[in-house]
Design a protein around this ligand. Structure first.
Ligand code: NAI
Length: 342
């Protein structure tokens, strides 16, 4: 349902010529890593979103070219590209309400998301520092993997600068929901746009826990195992099919744009906007799991309400138990690294 809403509004942007965002809805959105595989189509989709009035695109290389290209699209928002030299990241981030971070290296065949840790941890740390300085009140949407660890890294950077607001930091796990919904629709011959499977936990392998039972579905045996594996390791299908040229970019761009759209809707006063996302969460803190993805209601202040995980089958409870163990160590790894490498 949410996916359908998002795509309608994205394409509606082109069709409804009379639409204009009011001054009070002026919204600057920044994309860090905007010239990359995710960054380019994500920036394109944001340009088509009438809720975005200013698009600021930053990359260590290539962002001005992407910005020039996208700026010719006939929607009202302004677009500017930034490089490390010149106005740089500070001007890109100043005044931003939403900052999306798809900067970092993607996986190659055979790699897990955790294998990206060494490279991406420092990229995310540095970008988080820049955001904490230039736009400490923005909503920060972390896409760079491993999300399970890069979100805690971002939080520690914001804490170190005294500007951490747990309601404004999000790990983007929307693609897991998109996949879980698409894959069940293929098995059940339903309309994928009306499926919205709850996925909880984190964003890698066994930490991705789809809760099919909450949508009224029961799969058994091999069919169930294959479905779970496909949701948990769906990213690997893309990594293998691209044969070393990267991981999911187009579906991820759609998922990131959907999440940004949900945040903008909530910021602009729409109530009842719920998206699963990986946040600083009380749900499993007693087990040492300080960040967790579940259904989160969004509002003008970011996180409005973190919904509990809800009912699940015994099988799903087993998946969750494994998830919590892995997640705890992913979080601790990020926190330990950033404390030693601030
Ligand atoms: P890519 O390599 O195509 O693009 C990354 C971009 O980041 C490049 O343009 C590069 O120049 C830029 N970059 C690198 N260091 C930077 C820095 N310090 N500041 C600004 N920009 C910088 O990679 P792709 O495919 O776009 O993936 C990006 C990240 O997103 C990867 O870490 C990938 O694992 C992750 N990802 C996350 C998903 C999710 O569901 N959260 C899904 C798919 C990928």
């Amino acid at each position: 349902f949410a996916a359908r809403q998002a795509s309608q509004s994205v394409f509606g942007a082109v069709q409804r010529r009379t639409f204009s965002a009011t001054a009070s809805n002026a919204t600057k959105v920044a994309v860090l890593g905007a010239a990359g595989g995710i960054g380019q189509p994500l920036s394109l989709l944001l340009k088509l979103n009438p809720r975005v009035t200013e698009l600021a695109l930053y990359d260590i290389k290539g962002a001005p070219g992407v910005a020039a290209d996208i700026s010719h699209i006939n929607t009202k928002s302004t677009v500017k590209g930034y490089e490390p030299s010149g106005a740089g990241i500070k001007e890109c981030l100043t005044g931003a309400e939403i900052v999306l971070i798809p900067a970092g290296v993607p996986r190659k065949p055979g790699m897990t998301r955790d294998d990206l840790f060494n490279t991406n941890a420092s990229i995310v740390r540095d970008l988080a520092k820049a955001a904490a300085d230039a736009c400490p009140e923005a909503n920060i949407l972390v896409i760079a993997n491993p999300v399970n660890s890069t979100v805690p890294i971002t939080a520690e950077v914001f804490k170190s600068k005294g500007v951490y607001n747990p309601k404004r930091l999000f790990g983007v796990t929307t693609l897991d929901v998109v996949r879980a919904s698409r894959f069940i629709s293929q098995l059940k011959s339903t309309d994928p746009a009306t499926e919205n499977i709850t996925v909880v936990g984190g964003h890698s392998g066994a930490t991705i826990v789809p809760l099919l039972s909450q949508a009224g579905y029961t799969l058994e045996g091999a069919e169930r195992d294959e479905y779970i594996k496909r949701v948990q390791f769906g990213g690997d299908e893309v990594v293998q099919a691209k044969g070393g040229a990267g991981s999911a970019t187009l579906s991820m761009a759609m998922a990131g744009a959907r999440f940004a759209e949900s945040l903008l809707k909530a910021a602009q006063g729409q109530s009842g906007v719920v998206e699963p996302t990986y946040v600083d969460s009380p749900l499993y803190k007693d087990q040492g799991v300080t960040y967790f993805a579940s259904q989160v209601e969004l509002g003008p202040n970011g996180v409005e309400k973190i919904h509990p995980v809800g009912d699940m089958s015994e099988f799903e409870q087993g998946l969750l138990d494994v998830c919590l163990k892995d997640l705890k160590s992913n979080i601790e790894k990020g926190e330990k690294w950033v404390k030693e490498n601030m």
